[in-house]
Ligand binder design. Structure first.
Ligand SMILES: C[S@@+](CC[C@H](N)C(=O)[O-])C[C@H]1O[C@@H](n2cnc3c(N)ncnc32)[C@H](O)[C@@H]1O
Length: 489
């Protein structure tokens, strides 16, 4: 990267500068119902307005809806009703220029735009007055916050986990609203299930704030690898009002209403999930199922983490010896190879004396000594072992390797692994349930649906799942398949 583009990337990271495409702005304003004649006199604020992606469309809609007012009145109303906050002076200038250009299209000139160069974290002058808060707040992870850290940590929504700047923009946006106001943002969808998003979720549920939600799922509208959601919050809702859940059509920019939901549907075990009510009921059954005491039939664990697979994994030709090697399967592909396994039958690390007694093994290790020592090791003296100890204790047991990324049922790779062999690059299942039963539980559309409902989006249209997710599914579906009565917590 050239120094200038690296500088630009740094500024982007620090200020969370990502620009919103026009069609997203249009859909967000539609969802907030910022359109038509009723927006006359309504105050709209973008608290992180950048160069004016939202405010430009706001001005266009305002001018179109109020074209009959005449240039002088329209100018006065734009100065009162359209407002922005932007930290970066150059962005603020560009925003003003962009808004001038839009207004000029409607014959309005010389607008004294109420776009302030300020820090939205401390700017409270308009609190309680605003009809519409809209925007794409900055996404800045806690470790890039720098001088803003203390200001951020004063917010209620920043009290848990590894917070992110966009979470506190929800809080400051809600404070800006008047009692009948509407907030509509596009943000990362990570707040559905992150520890950092806990307080925001709790507030949304406690006050029944969520009027509309669009999960963009795998669709990426920014150049960053961010999975996004559009969230519309309205403080003034009758208790029991539903949340309208939308998705984008696969190939277009139109929204489809999928379902009207309540927190009883979308708030499961403290996290947010969005789909049809039927799917969410199925998900809730699994996530809240607790197997009867001592009746658990499955353990799901992570395979080896050598932190140097290119050293430890290979074939006989690569190693030039077979001592201390075992067969190993890569769970993500189901492909077998061999693994240099410097452990005894109980999973305890062998001594360097034992290993180096075989000249070829000693030579193989010594050629890579530096690289192995550079791994982040719990005990540096164990430089000739794997980076982590996971998966070692179960080498002596029969198990089933399974991949952790799927698009649909056909992507699942379930590989039986006999005792004495290892697993890396994925998970393994320990169970006394026969292989055919296990396969029937997993190789079906229900499992793929369940994994997609977990909303762990990955590039290429894949969904991820964890060992905990897989265990929850297996325990619940096994009991169901046996015709026993499942017990939910
Ligand atoms: C994700 S960009 C969005 C810009 C514009 N709203 C859009 O959608 O294209 C976020 C903007 O927030 C600004 N910003 C970052 N921290 C801010 C703060 N504390 N107060 C106000 N603006 C801030 C950045 O400079 C950047 O222009």
């Amino acid at each position: 990267m050239k120094p200038s583009s690296r500088r630009a990337a740094d500024v982007r990271k620090k200020n969370g500068r990502v620009y919103t495409p026009r069609f997203i702005v249009e859909r967000i304003l539609d969802l907030a119902d910022y359109r038509g004649e009723k927006i006359a006199g309504k105050l709209v604020v973008d608290p992180s307005c950048g160069d004016g992606a939202f405010l430009s469309v706001v001005v266009e809609r305002y001018c179109r809806a109020n074209a009959n007012l005449g240039a002088a009145r329209l100018k006065a109303e734009l100065e009162t009703c359209v407002r922005g906050i932007e930290l970066d002076p150059a962005e603020r200038e560009q925003c003003v220029r962009n808004l001038d250009a839009v207004a000029l299209n409607f014959g309005v000139q010389g607008v004294n735009w109420n776009v302030v160069c300020a820090d939205a974290l401390t700017f409270d002058r308009w609190n309680g007055q605003v009809d519409f808060v809209v925007g794409n707040p900055p996404y800045v992870r806690v470790h890039h916050l720098g001088a803003s850290f203390d200001a951020v940590k004063r917010f209620e929504f920043a009290q848990t986990g590894m917070t992110d700047l966009f979470l506190v923009f929800f809080e400051l946006g809600l404070r800006a609203l008047n009692p009948r106001g509407v907030l509509a943002y596009i943000t990362p969808s990570s707040y559905f299930n992150s520890v950092a998003g806990k307080r925001l979720r709790e507030k949304i549920v406690a006050d029944n704030l969520l009027a509309k939600l669009v999960d963009l799922k795998h669709r990426q509208v920014f150049d960053a690898t961010t999975y996004s959601a559009i969230t519309v919050l309205t403080p003034c809702r009758e208790s029991g009002s539903a949340t309208e859940y939308f998705e984008f059509s696969d190939d277009g920019d139109a929204l489809t209403l999928i379902e009207r939901l309540t927190p009883n549907d979308f708030y499961v075990d403290g996290k947010f999930y969005f789909s049809t009510r039927r799917n969410l009921r199925f998900l809730r059954e699994i996530l809240t199922f607790r197997p009867p005491k001592n009746a658990e039939r499955f353990a799901v664990k992570n395979g080896f983490a050598t932190l140097a697979d290119s050293f430890f994994i290979g074939d006989a030709a690569k190693f030039g010896f077979t001592d201390f090697t075992i067969p190993v399967v890569k769970a993500s592909t189901g492909v077998w190879s061999r693994c240099l396994y410097p452990y005894d039958a109980t999973g305890r690390l062998l001594s360097w004396e034992t290993l180096s007694a075989v000249a070829e093994v000693k030579r193989y290790y010594e050629a890579a000594c530096e690289r192995l020592r550079q791994r982040s090791l719990t005990n540096p003296a164990d430089w000739f072992g794997f980076g982590r100890t996971q998966g070692l204790k179960d080498v002596a047991r029969n198990k089933y390797a399974v991949n952790t990324l799927i698009r649909d049922a056909a992507d699942l790779k379930l590989t039986p692994i006999p005792a004495g062999t290892g697993v890396y690059g994925g998970l393994y299942i320990l169970t006394d349930v026969p292989f055919e039963t296990l396969r029937a539980l997993l190789n079906n559309r229900d499992f793929a649906t369940y994994v997609s409902l977990l909303q762990k989006y990955k590039s290429g249209g894949y969904y991820a799942f964890s060992s905990k997710d897989l265990k929850a599914f297996l325990e619940r579906q096994f009991v169901k398949a046996q015709g026993l009565t499942p017990r939910s917590s």
